[in-house]
Design a protein around this ligand. Structure first.
Ligand code: NAD
Ligand code: IPM
Length: 355
């Protein structure tokens, strides 16, 4: 009941190009009488150059009035990356306690992954990334400059609560899926935080005797994801490892332009945020050739989360159908523009709805 209110932050570079595809697809997929309302916010690097901040001071308060957030990408060469990201995306993830970053990847029909031997269906991996702490910390940093021996020190923060909740989420997800879970560690080289992560991973595992749970060093895991992707199902990792590993799973499923990212506040106390995993791609921005698949898949996850599961499934089916029909951008070896892929997805949706 009631309308789902979605805040749209298209952001920088190809962000607005792919977000307009996703919004068009959501509008087409959900019956207008059910109600999906979009409000756009022109925040990002251009806003920064004009106002000296990436988003207004009361942005978090404004966003808290929405059910979901749909974001393109943040970051542009005119603003240092740590300023733009710590001025918009990272504070949103933290302030809204979006501690789960869910990054599913599959080899969709019609997409040839770089691992040509893999069959469609053989690759189906979800990376569960911790999203609010770990190596991405904004406290405790120090830098000593001005001598030939300059030093930069930055602390990682792993809290028991933070590790427990993401690990438990991953065990639950593995239970629903194949029952296999891998935890990404690096306790051979990182001697405090990673053994702590491992200890909690094992402890929580005792509550899930039916899940086949393994800890793997993140470097070896990175190689195995490329060599034997079919062996993996759910992978859980810290903020940094989850980021890197999910970029690998995205790439082996065809291209990073395909993969979505759901930044979830599972309790629903705050809005969740849905985005493609890719960035603003300054090298191709403004050319109309960005792959909208990641943004469209993210839209499908948003719909599912907002209680429109059936519409979400229709969107993903339409995307897969369009790709299989040959509506593929250059990063996938095709020649289609962003607009052509979007139209193909809209056409598929219309056919499905008319059927
Ligand atoms: P990127 O993801 O923007 O681009 C990496 C490469 O992938 C580029 O060659 C790009 O052309 C290509 N690519 C990415 N998305 C694509 C798409 N949809 N279709 C076709 N090709 C695509 O990563 P980057 O170059 O490291 O970062 C650029 C900027 O984006 C930086 O400012 C970075 O901090 C930011 N960034 C933001 C987010 C986010 O907002 N969530 C994520 C990653 C990077
Ligand atoms: C992502 C991005 C961000 C992250 C950057 C841009 C800060 O890579 O959304 O994965 O590392 O979280």
């Amino acid at each position: 009941n009631g309308t789902t209110r979605v805040a749209v932050i298209a952001g920088d570079g190809i962000g607005p190009e792919v977000i307009s595809s996703g919004v068009a697809v959501m509008r087409a997929a959900v019956d207008p009488s059910v109600g999906l309302e979009f409000e756009e916010f022109p925040w990002g690097s251009e806003y920064y150059l004009e106002h000296g901040r990436m988003m207004p001071e009361d942005a978090i308060e404004t966003l808290s009035g929405f059910d979901e957030i749909y974001l393109g990408a943040v970051g542009w060469p005119t603003v240092p990356d740590h300023v733009s990201l710590w001025g918009l995306l990272l504070p949103i993830r933290r302030r809204f306690d979006q501690y789960i970053n869910l990054r599913p990847t599959r080899l969709l029909r019609g997409v040839e992954g770089p691992l040509r031997a893999a069959d469609a269906g053989a690759l189906d991996i979800t990376v569960v990334r911790e999203n609010t702490e770990g190596e991405y910390s904004d406290s405790g940093g120090r830098i000593y400059k001005g001598t030939p021996h300059e030093i930069a020190v930055q602390e990682s923060i792993f809290t028991r609560r933070g590790v427990e909740r993401v690990v438990r989420y991953a065990y639950e997800l593995a239970t629903e899926k194949s029952g296999r879970l891998v935890g990404a560690t690096k306790s051979n080289g990182i001697s405090i935080t990673m053994p702590f992560f491992d200890e909690i991973f094992r402890e929580i595992g005792e509550e899930y005797p039916r899940v086949e749970a393994t800890l793997m060093h993140a470097d070896a895991l990175a190689a195995r994801l490329v060599l034997n992707p079919e062996r993996f199902d759910v992978v859980v990792g810290s903020n940094l490892f989850g980021d890197l590993l999910s970029e690998i799973t995205a790439a082996i499923s065809g291209a990073i332009g395909i993969a979505p990212s759901a930044n979830l506040n599972p309790e629903g106390t705050y809005p969740s945020l849905f985005e493609p995993i890719h960035g603003s791609a300054p090298d191709i921005a403004g050319q109309g050739i960005a792959n909208p698949a990641g943004a469209i898949w993210a839209a499908s996850l948003l719909l599912e989360h907002a209680g429109h599961a059936e519409a979400g499934t229709r969107v993903l089916d339409a995307l897969e159908g369009a790709l299989a029909d040959g509506a593929r951008t250059r990063d996938l070896g095709g020649e289609s523009s962003t607009e052509e892929v979007t139209q193909a997805v809209l056409g598929r949706l219309k056919d499905a709805q008319g059927a």
